[in-house]
Design a protein around this ligand. Structure first.
Ligand code: GDP
Ligand code: MG
Length: 163
C-alpha cells in the first residue's frame, strides 16, 4: 500500500495549488456540478526513490458552499480513514481564521503525524507572520509559497521523514 499524504484546510488557503506545485504539473480539477460530495484528487509522487500519494480533499462538499463546517468535517473524516500523514494548510497572509481553528480542533484528536504548511509566505518579510500558527497546536510548521516556489525541498524532506 502506498502511503497517503492527505491535504486538509479551509477553502482558499492553497490546497490545490500545493498539490499541483508538488506534482510539478496541473492536475485536472474535476468540476463537480453534479453534486458528488466525496471526490478526492490524488497524485502519485516519487521522491528519492520512495512513493507516496498526495490527496487533495478540497473538492469535497464544494456544491455545499455555505456549509463550510460540514466540508471540513468530511476532510477530517478522510484524513482519519486513510492518512499516513496530514498536511494542514493555512494562509500566512490572512492569518488564523475561525475555520482554521475549527480544522485544528478536529485534528487534535487524530493520532497521525501532522505538518502545518504555512502557504503564501511569498517572501522573507512575512515569514514571521506564520509564527501565530504554532498556536493551532501540534505538528511541525513549514513556511512555503507555491506562487514563489519557496521551501519545496524542505517540505518534501519533512514528508519523507514522517512516512
Ligand atoms: P484551495 O481552495 O485551498 O484549494 O486553494 P487554491 O489552491 O484554489 O488557491 C486559492 C488562491 O490562493 C488562488 O487564487 C491561488 O492562486 C492563491 N495562492 C495559492 N498559493 C499561493 C501562494 O503561495 N501565494 C499567494 N500569494 N497566493 C497563492
Ligand atoms: Mg482546491
Amino acid at each position: 500500500r502506498v502511503p497517503q499524504v492527505v491535504i486538509v484546510g479551509r477553502p482558499n488557503v492553497g490546497k490545490s495549488s500545493l498539490l499541483n506545485w508538488l506534482a510539478g504539473k496541473r492536475i485536472s480539477i474535476v468540476d463537480d456540478t453534479a453534486g458528488v460530495t466525496r471526490d478526492r484528487i490524488t497524485y502519485l509522487m516519487e521522491e528519492e526513490g520512495r512513493f507516496f500519494e498526495l490527496v487533495d480533499t478540497g473538492g469535497i462538499g464544494i456544491v455545499d458552499c455555505d456549509n463550510l463546517t460540514k466540508q471540513v468535517e468530511q476532510q477530517i473524516e478522510i484524513a482519519i480513514e486513510s492518512a499516513d500523514l496530514v498536511l494542514f494548510v493555512v494562509d500566512t497572509r490572512s492569518g488564523i481564521l475561525p475555520l482554521d481553528e475549527e480544522v485544528a480542533k478536529r485534528l487534535r484528536y487524530i493520532d497521525k503525524p501532522i505538518v502545518c504548511v504555512a502557504n503564501k509566505a511569498d517572501h522573507d518579510a512575512i515569514d514571521c507572520q506564520a509564527d501565530e500558527f504554532y498556536k493551532l497546536g501540534r505538528g511541525k510548521l513549514v513556511r512555503v509559497s507555491t506562487l514563489q516556489n519557496r521551501n519545496k525541498d524542505e517540505l518534501l524532506h519533512m514528508i519523507l521523514e514522517r512516512l
